[in-house]
Design a protein around this ligand. Sequence first.
Ligand SMILES: NC(=O)C1=CN([C@@H]2O[C@H](COP(=O)(O)OP(=O)(O)OC[C@H]3O[C@@H](n4cnc5c(N)ncnc54)[C@H](OP(=O)(O)O)[C@@H]3O)[C@@H](O)[C@H]2O)[C@H](O)CC1
Ligand SMILES: [K+]
Length: 507
Amino acid sequence: MYLCTTEEMRELDRYTIETIGIPGTVLMERAGLAVTQAILSRFPLPKRAIVLIGTGNNGGDGWVIARHLCQSGWEVKAWLLGDPSKLPADARCFYDAYRHFGSVSVLSAQGMDGLESDLEDTEVIVDALLGTGAKDGLRFPIDQVVQKVNQCHRAWTIAVDLPTGVNADTGKVMDQAIYADYTVTFAYPKWAFYLYPGADYVGDWDVVEIGTVLPVTPKVQVNRPSLWDKALCHRSPWSHKGRFGHLLVIGGADGMLGAVRMAGAAAYRCGTGKVTLTVPQGNEQSLKGAVMQEMVWSWSGDDYFADESSLSYRLRSEQFSAVVIGPGLGRFPGEEKWLGHLLEQIEHPVILDADAINILADHPHLLDLKIAAPLICTPHPGEMARLLRTTTQDVEQRRNEVAREYAMSTGMVVVLKGRFTIIAFPDGRQVVNPSGHPALAKAGSGDVLTGMIGAWLAQGVSIEEAVLMAVYLHGKAGEHSVTSAEQSVSVDEILAALGPVIQQYSF
Ligand SMILES: NC(=O)C1=CN([C@@H]2O[C@H](COP(=O)(O)OP(=O)(O)OC[C@H]3O[C@@H](n4cnc5c(N)ncnc54)[C@H](OP(=O)(O)O)[C@@H]3O)[C@@H](O)[C@H]2O)[C@H](O)CC1
Ligand SMILES: [K+]
């Protein structure tokens, strides 16, 4: 499923109407009918409804809904917030049609009394005030009405295309916005459904097809199994471990050994043939006692470029197929030279996580080195802010923009973690991930994700499929692991959920 911006929606409308030749009224009738059907499937018996109607085409959908609800025996109050003489042609057509079935109240500048008493009495509120054509800053009287609607706690509120007050592309709220219980959006989801705070205003939502035709492929998709499930096939009976890659995980400073353990455990759960963990000298003994399948080495702060026990030497002599740098890595003198040297040598995909991201944030010129390896970085919003030298709040307000810009300017695949993780590719494409659970908001779950991405990269899955598959299944494992209190879910339970979740999507 693609995700469309308002500009793409406008282009899609224009193309469908002008080039394909489907009249705008046909699209509007289908849009309004789809919303009516959503209302009727929830309330099969007639109710009292208020349809709040704006002066644009979102309002046009509102006239269609008001008419169909009347025809289904509902008691409908249609409130127009604006001047009827200014309605665009398609909306006017359905305004005229509706008036054969019911009356229209026009909100006057004198006061809200009539609308207020109707709102107190209603069971369903339909928000057809503003859709994708909304400009910033709600004007009077829409601002007042939005406030009144949000005070009606007994009525069920359904938003047409998008709740009024929410910006479709940024998810920002224009001072205030309607808190919908449910939103029916047309043709494609919008960014607002995956960004804060807009996502909190849309409630449950569905996308309905209304017959529009896409002239160009949008640059944003929603993550789903069909993008990667071909890479998740069952093993041949002739399998041996050599066929499933060798992942190297570099990290595990004092007090943070758990991070490499979790990444390694996740990598094995996702089918990696061999996993090697490498930690600073002195930590390897404790790690050896704590793992079963993983091989363990150490590296020291000053010999990593030279002798046979150095990371450099081993990177050349062992057959790694992917490398993770960062879980529990810590910060240390010479880190910049250390990371630069590693990046210059590795040819297989590298995932930069945690402190590897922090090192990169302090030494951005590392990316100017001659690096052959494809790079994937997996920042949480705080790490993304450090990379961009901005605030976490700024990142959170422009998640989609910052992820895209950073991927395009650095050539890395960026996995910006969060409630809806965004994966941005250097060519400008983006994928937003719908799966996940607040149970994953816990130390360790990022290490699991990194291990999962590393696992599929090590097995030779393409970068795009590996990243999308790992992010999606990690979210699903979070959902699956909640069998009692969500706050009690442990990383072990998330790891244990990987098997059933992978099974579900394997063919
Ligand atoms: N996408 C499709 O295939 C279809 C979508 N449809 C619906 O059409 C809307 C988009 O319609 P559009 O007319 O472009 O825009 P809106 O109705 O959302 O808004 C325009 C009107 O709202 C006024 N406005 C804009 N911003 C504000 C504000 N901040 N405060 C108050 N009023 C505002 C604007 O007035 P102006 O004076 O600024 O012009 C307009 O009156 C889409 O969301 C779908 O619901 C169709 O059904 C066809 C298929
Ligand atoms: K709306």
